[in-house]
Design a protein around this ligand. Structure first.
Ligand code: ZN
Length: 161
């Protein structure tokens, strides 16, 4: 069986940035299970896995445009501290969900100077190449229920309570 749309694909992966630092890995835990062609994982990785078989190992370098997007300077904004009412001591590194014209968006505080707070709404991996080491451990048909839910059930996937 090959990786194709609506197949459940189970992978072990290690993700590194261009500096070689490990950003994420399934090492030592359950592999990741996803439904191919359903936007469950970033587009560049889906493209690389298309047509591959169980047991295949691959190294993939993914451009930002096919990962978490280019870094967008317009998503960096200065807002007055009073916008953070109830937060107490606003500090760099804090994460918030901001309401924007494009809906809720995760932002991180990058700087606090006087009464002004700089927040960055870019994904932490925006603008970065993603370097994946991937091993496909299993490919199977998705069940009808999994396709209806849009996610995998069971090991490596979604567990309903
Ligand atoms: Zn479900």
């Amino acid at each position: 069986m090959q990786v194709a749309t609506d197949k459940v694909v189970v992978i072990h992966y290690t993700l590194k940035n261009d500096a070689g630092e490990v950003l994420d890995s399934s090492d030592g835990s359950e592999p990741l299970a996803y439904i191919h062609g359903n936007g469950n994982i970033i587009p560049g990785l889906e493209e690389a896995l298309e047509g591959k078989a169980a047991g295949d190992k691959l190294q993939v370098k993914i451009e930002p445009a096919k990962a978490y997007g280019e870094h967008n300077p317009e998503l960096i904004q200065n807002v007055p501290k009073r916008a953070f009412q109830g937060v107490g001591n606003v500090q760099a590194g804090m994460r918030f969900t901001a309401q924007t014209e494009h809906g809720p968006r995760q932002v991180v505080v990058t700087r606090v100077v006087g009464d002004m707070v700089t927040v960055d709404g870019n994904h932490p991996l925006a603008g970065q190449h993603l370097n994946f080491d991937v091993e496909i451990t299993e490919i199977r048909d998705a069940s009808r229920e999994e396709l209806e839910h849009g996610h995998v059930h069971g090991p490596g996937g979604h567990h309903h309570g």
